[in-house]
Design a protein around this ligand. Sequence first.
Ligand code: GSH
Length: 212
Amino acid sequence: MKLYIYEHCPFCTRVLMLRGLKQLDIPVQVIPENDVETPTRLVGRKVVPILQKDDGSFMPESMDIVRHLDATFPPPVLVATLDPAIDAWCKRASDTIYRLCVPRFTRGNFAELATPDAREAYVARETRAFGDLDSLTARTPALLDELAPLLTELEGLVRSPGSSVGESDFQLYPLLRSLSIVNGLRFGPKVTAYYDAVGAACGLEDFSAQAM
Ligand SMILES: N[C@@H](CCC(=O)N[C@@H](CS)C(=O)NCC(=O)O)C(=O)O
């Protein structure tokens, strides 16, 4: 097996979470952002994450990969069912979170952005999706104001660190991990306890060392 990812990608965080939770020894390969050929050859389009299975076939879609690996390597860790309140929170908060994180990701130190051409391709992709990225960076204070009440609300929604892992963790944790690239952003005590516990259980570092 092999996993193809981008380091900054929240969907890839989902599969890295499962790999870490189960301590699976699956090699990880980072695809450069300007490499259209590799993912297109594997799954017909430019996308990550991709799982190369033992039978040589390839699987896209993060949650399909998570469920496949969870079923392939028992016992299951996806125990708790999706929490509709967390699901709804993620849907409401994700746009603000991406607008804070994406301009920073484009300037970040990630293996998929190792060459000028790769970074240029990523900047172009995100500019197509979000418009001018410098203008978006300038909106940081307003976006943080937008996020603050959502993070306060999340204090009342996150599961306690000792409870069962489930589908909602694979929605919520990648968004919170993305936010670690935003300099000075702090979670409340319950979200911090949840974030630290999930990160430790999955053996994942976040992006705080390069927060900007
Ligand atoms: N539904 C997919 C979404 C994956 C996705 O959007 N991945 C982004 C990286 S964060 C991607 O590969 N984008 C490549 C591109 O648009 O060129 C999943 O859950 O795996």
